[in-house]
Every structure is written in structure tokens, then in C-alpha cells.
Ligand binder design. Sequence first.
Ligand code: ZN
Length: 335
Amino acid sequence: MVTQIVFSDEFNKHNTANHPENADRLYVLLDALKKAPFYKTLVFLKPKLLPESLLYEVHSAEMIQRVKEISEYGDSWIDLDTYVCKSDYETARLAAGGVALACRNIVNGDASNAFALVRPPGHHASAERSMGFCLFNNAGLAAHESSKKGKRVLIFDHDVHHGNGTQSIFYRRNDVMYQSFHLSPHYPGTGDTDEIGEGEGKGYTINAPLVYGQGDGAVSQVIDEIFIPITRQYKPHLVIISVGYDSHHSDQLGGLKLSANFFGEIIRRFKAVQSKIVCTLEGGYNFQWIGKCFLSQLGQMMSHPLSFDDLTEGNDDVTSLIKKMKKELGEYWDL
Ligand SMILES: [Zn+2]
């Protein structure tokens, strides 16, 4: 069984110089990949456009139309920090289509796991709004498609920013669980412990807001005491990981202190519960480090662990956070 990498040069039509979310990000990751000891055993796949019908099941017609219209001309901005290039309607659908393809393959057993190297990212895009560098919600669209086939899906989001878009899409649903740790307070301002879902979705949104400077030790405790126990009880058929290397200690848009090796450790712990894992790229902007974070994760996915010289010290105190999370979620899960 193999690990698949979904990639297309087409993603890099979405590019603006001097913006942190630019085309060089994927090239930095590909360069790192080419030097990996397992490079030759990876299987590369070309993504396909996400069907419009699926797009309309998750996003509003007004939002889709807006992206479509702006992308006809390109060279514009849909909000203060989210640019739109010519043909982005297709590029963004290709990114979502790439994640959906990876999820289909993994659910069908065509490969062990997959990493979708896609852009633009998706986790800030809600049902009604493109924002925060994101046009359509790649992970959300893929999770929705898998769920339609009767699969329980967990989206685990380790980007330094809260995935407000993904959370809001599934807030009233129990077929897709959303788990996130993130820096708080920080953009976009959501993701408090009491945001646990509504109606049928109550207990299916799990938020761990961390404070500035927290790192491996803090996240490790929350994973062991909250995220993994809930995942074991939820029993997902598929785990989609919204990958954000902006939670690494070096990141210019971050404030958490994760080490490169810890990103692999996250994969290792979830893989022990459900090995069907699809990673999709969200944030991560420090070009000295994102390649190492990426290889650390791929090493665990391929059962060929790699270790990097990267020590950080963070504030490990999450006692009150874990207490709060148990109080909010204890009614729904055995914690
Ligand atoms: Zn981010």
C-alpha cells in the first residue's frame, strides 16, 4: 500500500507576489519531498475539478457566483487579505477536487493515505463567505462528499488559526466532526471551548484555544486527554487533517511553539486510531521550516519516521483548558 500525493502546477496560477500565501509554498514543499529517502515510492496524482453540483451543496449560490465573476478578470481581492486571480474559479475547484479525489481513493482502499498539496487553502471559507486566503472549503467539500456515502468523517485542524469556515459548515451536523487547536486570541476570533455545535451537532465541534507560546507539551496533553479519546468513541471511517505549519514556532503569522517533529507525532497518534488519513494543506509560511514539518508528517504516514534537529520550549500548562473542555464536552463523551 502506498501514500498518494495530489499535486498540479495549475494551483500556482493562484499567486500574488509579496503575499504570504503564494505559489512558492508548494515548490518549497516539493523540493523537500525530492530529497526524502522515500520519494521514489510515492504515487503522484493529478486532481480533477470538483463538480459544480457538489460545490452548490456546501456553498451558497451568491458566494459561488461572486468568486466566478471576480475570477473572470482576476487581479482583485474578495476581502482585505484574500486575493482572486484570473481563472481562480477553476483553480479553487481543482484544489477542492484534489482533496475529494484523495478521500475517495483512501476510503476505497486504493492507497493507505494521501497528502493533497493544494492551493488556495480552504478552512476559513464558510458556506456563505470566502475569507482568510480561502475561496472554497476544500476539506469541508471532501468531507461532505464522503459523508453522503455513509462515512463518518473527522476533520482535525492543526493550523494556528481557527478553521471558522469548516466549523460553521458542520456546526449542526453529526456526520462530520470538527476538532481544532489554535492560538487564541488570534484571527479569525472564533473557536472558544463553549463552541461545541448546535442541535444534532452538539458535541461534534471540539475547540482547544491555546495561549501565545504554547507548544508540543501543551498540545500533547490535549490530544491525549480530549481529542484522541473522543476520536476513539466517534469511530471515524476517515480522518481529514487540515494541515497548518503556521503553528510551528518559526512562523511569522503564528504564535504557537510546535516543533517540526511534533507534526509527525500528530499523524502517529491519529493513525493509531484510524489509518485512513488524508492531509490537506492550509497555512504555513516560513520557508526554512515548512519542508521539514511536511517530511515529518509524511514519514509517519509512510511508516518511515524522520527526525529533525528542532527543539523548542513552550508553556505546557493546559490544566484549566482541559478542565473547561471536559466540562463542555463531558455530557457527550466519556472523558
Ligand atoms: Zn493559518
